[in-house]
Ligand binder design. Structure first.
Ligand SMILES: [Zn+2]
Length: 103
């Protein structure tokens, strides 16, 4: 890896991608997006805000949570149907109108 190659890292505050040089590592930089001050991290090292070590936000993307919830509900439904706890048809068919005309 080229020691002089610029790299990008996410702002610890607003997650905007910021370009920096290896010479900037360990120096204080300012985010062009939110204006916050932070230390430029080493490339490839997880960003840690200030001295709060081990408190890096570990959030799942929303779509992953949605997919996980749908999959979990599907598994619960399939298991419920297999055990006979949940009827296969959740809704009864609509009743036939009593006024249906017969030929
Ligand atoms: Zn920022």
């Amino acid at each position: 890896m080229d020691a002089g190659a610029p790299f990008k890292f996410p702002c610890p505050i607003c997650a905007q991608r910021i370009a920096a040089l290896p010479a900037d590592v360990g120096t204080t930089g300012g985010c062009p997006g939110c204006g916050s001050q932070f230390l430029v991290p080493n490339p490839g090292v997880p960003v840690v805000a200030g001295e709060k070590t081990g408190r890096a936000a570990k959030r799942l993307p929303l779509w992953k949570m949605v997919v996980g919830a749908v999959v979990a509900l599907g598994v619960i439904w399939v298991v419920g149907v297999a055990l006979g706890v949940i009827p296969f048809r959740l809704a009864a068919p609509p009743p036939v109108p009593a006024t249906a005309v017969e030929k």
